[in-house]
Design a protein around this ligand. Structure first.
Ligand SMILES: [Zn+2]
Length: 66
């Protein structure tokens, strides 16, 4: 029996290439999150942008401001 020096962990360490959902970015990133559910190249930048945009569109302004 031969034993390999390097041992690969199954499921982790590997990822899937995805495209950032932030349309002004559109960059590729490696999604290594569990369940491969990441949507943006960076949560701190693109993720926040999208979240803020969604929040704005979600809020309804009862009266127009000027
Ligand atoms: Zn991005």
């Amino acid at each position: 029996m031969a034993t390999l020096g390097a041992h690969h962990k199954d499921g982790e360490g590997d990822g899937v290439i995805k495209r950032c959902e932030q349309h002004t970015c559109g960059g590729l990133f490696l999604d290594t999150s569990r369940g491969r559910r990441r949507r943006w190249c960076s949560m701190a930048t693109c993720g926040n942008k999208v979240k803020k945009a969604n929040l704005k569109s979600h809020l309804k302004t009862p009266s127009a401001n000027g």
